[in-house]
Design a protein around this ligand. Structure first.
Ligand code: PRX
Length: 660
């Protein structure tokens, strides 16, 4: 196995004493007791937690059904409603006047929404959906900016048993079209514009364009939230403003009691082959893990102010904005804007203003704010009062030890433990993570599995490897919040996550990992497939290649990742044009053209940073593109690999330099 860890990290940070005593999981012994309980009686453990943490309309009697593995079922004869568990439950418990959401707009305007208000808004919009014929099991695409309405829209779908599929606002018309088409969605909920960094950026035109591309005939209604009130095309009979849709609707709505396995949402994510796949999540099992991880990883308590900076377009925004914190009765910050507007002190100012106690963000944001603080000391965290913070979190990509230390010292004041949470769209919630009152921290390691998660590392035959040896990260047993299937493609689900090579019963995460030889701590070493991680966003190299070759000028393209200080990985594309290989200004022009093309096909986040032109790509004599070689070229490494099998060695020189 070629995967070996290069990380040598000896610093250890013990959990703060008050957390060891008072956290939801108080101390290592408490953690070990939970793990032992799960080891002894796996189903009994999850059944106990599902009874204690969820409100069931109809209690379940079966915990886990493995008959049709890997299509596992959890709590299958139980009935519940996710929105009831997030809203009504808290109002009934006397939290109606507690602030659920502190929404801060791009321009700094703050709106507070209580649990009672959020419930009323959710019911009203649920009724609006029903009035337009949306019913249990229907798919609804949500293409909204970070907003109270975004959360309301998701909760309203959950309330009536409709399956939402949120599409990140940075994705293009083509991406919306593909998702609507794959999901067979009946409605889209969007906004006229979104506000980011002081600018209003149109959203609705992308929806119109998506529908215009064809293949969205299932769409009956487009709901348009008027965020700015800017001019916006409305199609008679199909489009309705949010305000008109909720006008006259009751502020109560009986929840639809659904089976625990009823799909709560689809979320499209990139894989190593083909188009993005619709990861399907359940209602009961998903919510259970959202609650447990919010309580145990973040120790969310009644007086906390929780802030997860993710967008609701990603899974982190689903689990740690829309569902987890609300189902725990927490108060959370929802931010519309960007970390650098009006300046790069925005996050720190917001923590100060709202007295945030728990802060959860991505390494890429931290790295860019380190850089900003280095260039302009006025926006450094030390200029702000961050003393309210007690717990920090990181997600989406490996956090390099330097960024970890900066985060720990400069943001956390050397007193807040950092939860480096490893998980995926498919896992629904944290899988390997420290717990604040339990785990001595080692920068760069996501430490130990969440209690009940049976993670380990295997070789290519599915055999567990010794600690200290690298291999594939797998999960040995099903867990409640796991992906249920890929929408419309159960075969792909089976092949991608439960490959026969590994015996068919191990969940394959798609990451390489290693456990520390002494303490068993996990370190994630990155994807083992053709999936890139750019600023914590997953991108399939195949997807970008397909987008490139769909340009009439392009004959062939290969995409690889290369390390980038800021974004973790950067996209590097090697392109063969149908015409002559361009040079100088002409090359620059084509680079820009192709970047914009990919931006339009997928979204700006997929634009290659670096494009290189060759008369051909390096291929073996059997015609296989030598990706390993391309990765070396992208990094600017000397080519030390054997190129004797290369059919056309001369093109290596052409591909060494970035064009434009
Ligand atoms: O490679 C791992 C990386 O992000 C991938 C999952 O991406 P996505 O489904 O978009 O979900 C991101 C948010 C949960 C993983 O396969 N990843 C995620 N968290 C970490 C990580 N890599 C290292 N450390 C992490 N904490």
């Amino acid at each position: 196995m070629a995967i070996e860890s290069v990380l040598q990290e000896n610093r250890v940070f013990d959990p703060p004493a008050d957390l060891v005593k008072n956290a939801a999981v108080p101390g290592m012994e408490a953690y070990k007791a939970l793990c032992a309980e799960a080891d002894k009686d796996y189903e009994g453990y999850w059944a106990r937690l599902a009874k204690e943490h969820l409100v069931w309309k109809q209690p379940f009697t079966k915990t886990l059904n493995e008959a049709n593995y890997p299509f596992y079922k959890w709590f299958e004869d139980g009935k519940l409603n996710v929105s009831y568990n997030c809203l009504d439950k808290n109002v009934d418990a006397g939290l109606g006047d507690k602030v659920a959401l502190i929404f801060e707009a791009d321009d700094g305007k703050v709106t507070r929404v209580t649990y009672k208000e959020l419930l009323a808004k959710t019911c009203q919009f649920a009724n609006a959906l029903k009035a337009r014929g949306v019913k249990k099991g229907d798919r609804v695409v949500i293409y909204l900016p970070m907003s109270v309405e975004g959360i309301v829209a998701m909760q309203a779908c959950a309330r009536i048993g409709a399956i939402h599929s949120v599409v990140f606002g940075g994705f293009s018309a083509q991406s919306i079209r593909d998702r609507v088409n794959d999901a067979g969605a009946v409605a889209i909920i969007t906004a006229d514009e979104q506000c980011r960094g002081g600018k209003a950026i149109p959203l609705k035109p992308a929806v119109d364009e998506a529908i215009g591309l064809g293949g969205c005939e299932s769409i009956k209604t487009v709901f348009v939230y008027q965020r700015t009130g800017g001019a916006c095309n409305m199609v008679a009979g199909r489009d309705i403003t949010w305000a008109d849709a909720v006008a006259g609707q009751a502020t109560t709505c009986e929840p639809e009691w659904v089976e625990a396995e009823h799909p709560l949402f689809l979320l499209y994510t990139s894989g190593s082959t083909g188009k993005p796949k619709g990861v399907q999540h359940s209602s009961g099992g998903y919510l259970l893990h959202a609650i447990l991880t919010t309580k145990w990883t973040f120790d969310l308590k009644a007086n906390d102010v929780f802030w997860c900076t993710a967008d609701i377009g990603w899974v982190t925004g689903h689990t740690y904005i829309t569902y987890g914190p609300l189902a725990c009765g927490g108060t959370e910050i929802v931010f519309e804007g960007v970390p650098t507007y009006p300046d790069a002190g925005r996050f720190w100012k917001m923590i100060q203003d709202h007295k945030a106690t728990i802060f959860y963000t991505a390494p890429t944001a931290i790295r860019s704010l380190i850089k900003a603080a280095d260039t302009n000391p006025a926006v450094a965290p030390k200029n702000y009062d961050l003393s309210s913070l007690r717990i920090l979190g990181s997600v989406g990509e490996p956090i390099n030890p330097e960024a970890w230390m900066w985060y720990y010292n400069n943001v956390g004041g050397g007193k807040c433990p950092i939860m480096d949470t490893f998980w995926q769209t498919e896992t629904g919630g944290h899988m390997i993570t420290p717990l604040p009152g339990v785990t001595p921290l080692v920068p760069g390691s996501c430490t130990l599995p969440f209690p009940g998660i049976q993670a380990t590392i295997v070789d290519e035959t599915g055999t567990e490897v010794d600690w200290g040896k690298g291999g594939f990260l797998v999960v040995k047993k099903p867990w409640p919040s796991m992906i249920r299937t890929i929408w419309g493609d159960p075969d792909r689900f089976k092949k991608s996550y439960y490959p026969e090579d590994l015996g068919g019963k191990l969940y394959l995460a798609g990451d390489g990992a290693v456990r520390d030889a002494k303490n068993g701590y996990f370190t994630i070493m990155g994807r083992i497939d053709d999936v890139l991680n750019v600023s914590g966003h997953r991108m399939g190299t195949m997807e970008i290649e397909s987008a490139l070759v769909s340009n009439p000028k392009v004959a062939e393209a290969a995409v690889v990742g290369r390390p980038d200080d800021l974004t973790g990985e950067a996209i590097c594309a090697f392109v063969v044009l149908k015409g002559a290989r361009p040079n100088g200004d002409e090359a620059k022009k084509v680079v820009k053209e192709l970047q914009d093309w990919v931006g339009k096909e997928i979204g700006p986040i997929a634009k290659p940073k670096d494009i290189r032109f060759g008369e051909n790509l390096p291929k073996t004599r059997s015609g296989k593109i030598m990706r390993r070689l391309l990765r070396s070229l992208a990094k600017g490494e000397e080519i030390t690999q054997d190129v004797s099998t290369l059919e056309n060695p001369a093109i290596l020189d052409q591909l060494k330099q970035a064009a434009g």
